[in-house]
Design a protein. Sequence first.
Length: 193
Amino acid sequence: MVELLELLKQKRNAFQVQAEMTPEKAQKILQARAQELRAGGAEEDAGELLEILEFTLGKEHYAFPLKWVGGVCRVDEITKIPGTPAFVKGVVNVRSRIYSVVDLAAFLDLSVKSEAVSALADEMLLILVSGETEFAVAIDSLEGVRTLPIKSLQATLPTFRGAQAEYFKGMTTDYLVLLDAEKLLTDKKIVVD
């Protein structure tokens, strides 16, 4: 019982720190981590590098290029909107801004089961931004920022069809799938009237 109370205390403290995180602070932290990774020095020429933010949906690992990520946050509640497509989870108010929340697994027709188990019933969101367009996508967990050599990306598998083939930019040897955030942000299918 004591272990459970300690675990709950740790979770509560982690959420409190996350609630105090501003988008500016998050961006500075992510950039500092990316610079540390770059400074680690690759012994061989890795070619062009791409900074990515890695996350999970179910047991699978995905990433967006960092330049399209506006922030990451946790929310207690997502307000459902009747009459929207199945991939729209609803809307959420984050720091006095309203974001549509996209269920990325449903939009990309991924057969993943959420591994997130939380007694606090919160959702982790990743906010994508491009000019005037911005929305949040629901993720299960955040893995962090890393630098990815572009030449390490392999073409996606021929078994990917539909939305998967359209939005998957490539895959690494450790099965991380790089998603095309720019295409998602400009796709008219995401816009719900």
